[in-house]
Design a protein around this ligand. Sequence first.
Ligand code: PRP
Ligand code: URA
Length: 212
Amino acid sequence: MAFPKNVTVFNHPLINHKIAILRNEATGMKEFRELVEEITTLMAFESLKDIPTTEVDVKTPLELCRQTVVQEKSVVVVPVLRAGLGMVNGIHTLLPTAKVGHIGLYRNEETLEPCEYYCKLPEGIEKKTVIVLDPMLATGGSAVAAINMLKARGCKKIKQMSIIAAPIGVETLAKAHPDVQIYVATVDRQLNENGYILPGLGDAGDRLFGTK
Ligand code: PRP
Ligand code: URA
C-alpha cells in the first residue's frame, strides 16, 4: 500500500509483537492499557525525532562537554477523548513536562460523523508542536475534525499518532491535512459496516476503560 509522503507506517517487528497482544480479545484492561502506553513510547522515537533541541554544558567525571537536550515544553500533546487518553503516559515517559490539551469527540453510531463535546487547550498552543493522540484511525473523521479545531486555534505544526489505521482513514486524513505528519503503527485491511477496523482490536475506549 503506497501512501502520501506525509504518512509513516512503522510496521516494526517489536511494535507488531505488542500489537498482536493488544488485538487479542483475551487481553485484559490492565495489560491493554500498558501496551498502548509502551507502543506510544516506541512510536515517539520516530515521531519526535525533529523535536526542537538546545545545547547545554555538562560536566562529566572527566571533562566539560556540550550536549543537546530536548526543549520539552515545545511539545503539547492532545489526546482525543476517550481512547487518546491511553497514549498520554507513553509520551510523558519521555517528555514528563509536556502540557496536555483535550479534545472530546464521539462518533455518531449511524452516520459515523464526529460530534464535538469538549475542547480545552493550553494557552500558547499555537506556537508549539502539537501531537494529536488517538489509537484508532478508522474513517479518519475524528482526526480531521480534531485537526480542524487545532488549526482554528492557530496551530501550525501538527502531528497525528495512531496505533491501528484503516486505509481509508489514512487516505482521508492525508488528503484533508497534507501539512500534517501522520504516524501509524500498522494499517489494517478495511472497515466493517459499523465503521470498525478489521481485524482491528475492537473498541479501544471500551478496552482501555472497561466500559463493556
Ligand atoms: C473512536 C476512536 C477515535 C474514533 C475513530 O472513538 O478512539 O476517536 O473512534 O473513528 P473515525 O476515524 O471513524 O472517526 P469513539 O468515537 O468510539 O469515542 P470513545 O473513544 O469515546 O469511545
Ligand atoms: N474506534 C475504535 O475504537 N475501534 C475501531 O475499530 C474503530 C473506531
